[in-house]
Ligand binder design. Structure first.
Ligand SMILES: Cc1cc2nc3c(=O)[nH]c(=O)nc-3n(C[C@H](O)[C@H](O)[C@H](O)COP(=O)(O)OP(=O)(O)OC[C@H]3O[C@@H](n4cnc5c(N)ncnc54)[C@H](O)[C@@H]3O)c2cc1C
Length: 402
């Protein structure tokens, strides 16, 4: 690393921020590292919020690393501190308590926050969102109470919560404005499976409807005129980027902080990673809101911060656990020619997507995690396959590549 980089400041004490900090030390960086986070907790991974933390038999959340680890690695943690503005010319950040922290390199890892449902539909203050430990604790108490739960949004968060609440015996209604579940990230076949599986589990699913008003009596009026019980209410309708404090820099777009394939923003001393990064990927440019991106992009960024020149090239991959359902997606699940391995009306099957040259460009596995391990490799390496063998579940996957 060039000698003048002695101070690295990381804005956002979440998964990506912590990964960069420890990654820098592991790679031998011996300058100062300061991680600034507005939550009171040590950085933690969020997937546990909608899974383990909503399982009434499991415990509290776990941080990624302990306080002692930060001390041992000389990583300065400023928790409960909010970055309010960046002075890019003076290379310093301003915190909400008035302090200024100077940097040679700034890494923005501030993530996203839940999109709020607008309008006067909730006079009761009962609606909750799910992004933080506090949100998960509150939702867990709602679930523990056994009261009927309405969930606005049939995306990943809504469906994971639906499964957890059903496991605890709650009456659950999912209200989806569109025509199918998880439409942003899976295709019609996987959506149809999710619909079947959640209904079988007792979830009431309403499509093409939105929330109009939540009454004091816990009845939620929908736009189609129907009414559903909502003594508890979760809103999971997407997210918006945490770009406050960076907007004046001219490095943001509607998705987040603009970065190139190396994680660099248009200002050379500023980088971004994790959910906040509006980055190039196989399907264009934008945010990638996944655990794997917060991990792998952050680790790749460490190399570039330390003077290497390594573009980030991992295909998008994520998983979702919805009760007994394990769903995973790699690459683009919505484009390309579709080939289905296994019975799409059963409980375990795989949907492959191939381009015109029979290269695997996307894959969705339903309760077939082992096949995903192969598919991830294929998508990453652009492997070509024989479609006829692919759709024959008796032929081992390894024999399908050509
Ligand atoms: C409930 C839930 C379940 C999930 N499940 C899965 C899953 O099963 N599989 C999967 O692949 N992905 C999952 N994800 C997505 C994954 O957790 C995220 O992609 C990941 O957390 C992104 O990490 P990050 O560090 O970019 O952001 P975060 O972990 O959100 O960290 C950003 C931090 O920055 C802080 N911050 C924001 N603004 C400021 C500021 N101005 N000053 C200081 N601090 C600030 C935030 O409060 C936050 O603490 C899930 C997410 C949620 C919410």
């Amino acid at each position: 690393m060039s000698t003048q980089v002695e101070r690295i400041v990381i804005a956002g004490a979440g998964q990506a921020g912590a990964t960069v900090a420890f990654g820098l030390r592991k790679a031998g960086f011996d300058g100062s590292i300061t991680v600034i986070g507005d939550e009171a907790h040590l950085p933690y991974e969020r997937p546990q919020l909608s899974k383990e933390m909503l399982n009434l038999e499991k415990g509290e959340h776990r941080p990624i690393r302990s306080q002692e680890d930060y001390e041992a690695q000389s990583i300065q943690l400023e928790l409960g501190a909010r970055l309010t503005r960046v002075d890019a010319d003076g290379r310093q950040v301003l915190l909400d308590d008035g302090r200024k922290v100077g940097y040679d390199r700034l890494v923005i890892a501030t993530g996203v926050k839940p999109r709020q449902l607008s309008g006067p539909f909730d006079h009761t203050g009962r609606a909750c969102y799910l992004r933080t430990v506090e949100d998960a604790r509150r939702l867990r108490e709602d679930i523990r109470s056994g009261r009927p739960l309405a969930i606005i949004g049939g995306g990943v968060i809504g469906l994971e919560v639906a499964a957890a609440a059903r496991a605890a015996g709650c009456h659950v209604t999912v209200i989806e404005a569109g025509e199918r579940l998880m439409s942003r990230s899976v295709d019609e076949i996987a959506s149809a499976y999710l619909d079947r599986a959640h209904r079988r589990d007792g979830v009431d699913i309403r499509y093409g409807a939105s929330a109009v008003e939540l009454g004091e009596d816990g009845q939620l009026k929908l736009s189609d005129g129907s009414v559903v019980p909502a003594q508890s209410l979760l809103v999971g309708i997407g997210v918006t980027p945490n770009i406050q404090g960076f907007e004046h820099l001219g490095i943001t777009d509607t998705a987040g902080v603009l970065v190139d394939g190396h994680g660099r923003s248009p200002i050379g001393s500023i980088y971004a990673t994790g959910d906040i990064a509006s980055q190039p990927h196989g399907q264009g440019h934008g945010r990638i809101e996944t655990w794997a991106n917060a991990q792998d992009h952050a680790l790749n960024l460490v190399k570039n911060l330390l003077g290497e020149d390594v573009p980030y090239q991992s295909p998008i991959w994520f998983w979702s656990d919805q009760g007994k359902i394990n769903l995973q997606v790699v690459g683009n699940a919505n484009q390309g020619k579709r080939f289905i391995r296994g019975d799409e009306h059963g409980d375990a099957f795989v949907v492959f997507r191939l381009d015109d040259e029979r290269r695997v460009t996307g894959c969705t596995t339903i309760n077939s995690p082992r096949d995903m391990a192969v598919a991830r490799r294929w998508v990453k390496q652009g492997v070509r396959v024989d479609p006829q063998r692919l759709v024959d579940p008796v032929t081992p996957l390894r024999d399908c590549a050509i």
